[in-house]
Design a protein. Structure first.
Length: 336
């Protein structure tokens, strides 16, 4: 389906996105922006054991039954609670005004430490006798000094790029917004349950996000529990139960997307469009359609999360288009 904006970029599984020329202006070195800003990685959900169960008969499963049930509940918590896993807010003004890590005209901290070791080095008795040994030792320490200087330079350049990026973000440069999203990849864990994201905008105060979900593959059609004898037992969910879980998953995903955009970018609105598979009964064919379109506002979302319990309750506080029933599931809607 896609977004129709002059500026947009897509994040897909295993594909390096093309975010435009601005990516050439920033170099965050081997550490990357997330490490430089000390933002922790989100844990991803390993549901390989569920695929193993789904691929065959339950009787053939030979793993730890108790662990399987525990992992199943962890998966369901993730599927229905994506909105609880958002990034922390970045204060771009603080970043922009952050002091340089060290005086660029002097040795950096890593190099200074090695230099002090060199200056204070006392040769051993054998090194005093055999000068070649001392020369080898000094050459090794000088090589260590060069590497430390390179590491300090990378640290300084990372800080410089971060401050420059912060300046562009504060100016409302949309390409800089894309660079932040590309570097931090805040929604990569959601790709475990979907296909791709597209980000687009024509305005510095609003970000539009399209998420192509795969609810049928993300939300199990069954529950797992332990029998009285400690064996793993699988119970199929009713259609209405499964559809209800899908609706929670979709709503939770939309809220999570908005929260991450508000955390990482100085935007006041985030418009989320979620696309999912839908059976078109007129042509008896599965197709991708928009099942939820919602416009989130920063301040209202913070208030709604404090006063509402479920993702569906939170969704009701915002202008949105969604047609859903437990008996049928989602139907296509127009985008906001």
């Amino acid at each position: 389906m896609g977004l129709r904006f002059r500026k947009s970029f897509t994040v897909s599984k295993g594909v390096e996105p093309d975010i435009g020329e601005i990516a050439q202006d920033f170099n965050f070195g081997s550490e990357g922006l997330r490490r430089i800003m000390n933002i922790s990685e989100k844990n991803k959900t390993d549901n390989g054991f569920l695929r193993e169960i789904l691929s065959g008969n339950i009787e053939e499963y030979r793993g730890d039954a108790k662990a399987a049930v525990s992992e199943y509940h962890e998966l369901m918590d993730a599927v229905t609670g994506m909105h609880r896993r958002s990034d922390e807010r970045i204060d771009w003004n603080y970043v922009y005004n952050s002091p340089e890590p060290f005086n660029i005209n002097a040795l950096g901290p890593k190099a200074l430490k090695v230099k002090e070791k060199i200056d204070g080095y006392v040769p051993s008795a054998s090194e005093k006798i055999f000068k070649s040994r001392l020369e080898k030792k000094m050459a090794s320490m000088k090589e260590e000094l060069l590497k430390a200087m390179e590491a300090d330079e990378e640290t300084y350049n990372g800080w410089r790029s971060l401050v420059d990026l912060a300046g562009e973000v504060l100016k409302g440069n949309i390409d800089a917004y894309f660079e932040v999203i590309n570097e931090l990849r805040p929604l990569d864990d959601l790709l475990e349950f979907g296909v791709d994201f597209e980000f687009g905008s024509n305005s510095s105060d609003t970000m539009h996000v399209e998420y192509v979900a795969d609810s049928a593959g993300a939300v199990p059609f069954f529950s797992l529990s332990l029998s009285k004898t400690g064996r793993l037992q699988k119970t199929n969910l009713s259609k209405s139960q499964h559809n209800e879980l899908i609706s929670i998953h979709i709503a939770s995903s939309a809220i999570r997307i908005a929260k991450d955009m508000f955390a990482l970018l100085p935007v006041e609105k985030t418009v989320v469009h979620i696309v999912d598979n839908y059976i078109n009964e007129l042509i008896s064919k599965k197709e991708r359609v928009t099942v939820l379109s919602v416009e989130f506002e920063r301040d209202r979302l913070e208030i709604a999360e404090k006063s509402k319990i479920t993702p569906l309750d939170i969704l009701q506080e915002f202008r949105h288009n969604m047609k859903f029933t437990k008996s049928y599931g989602f139907r296509p809607v127009e985008r906001i």
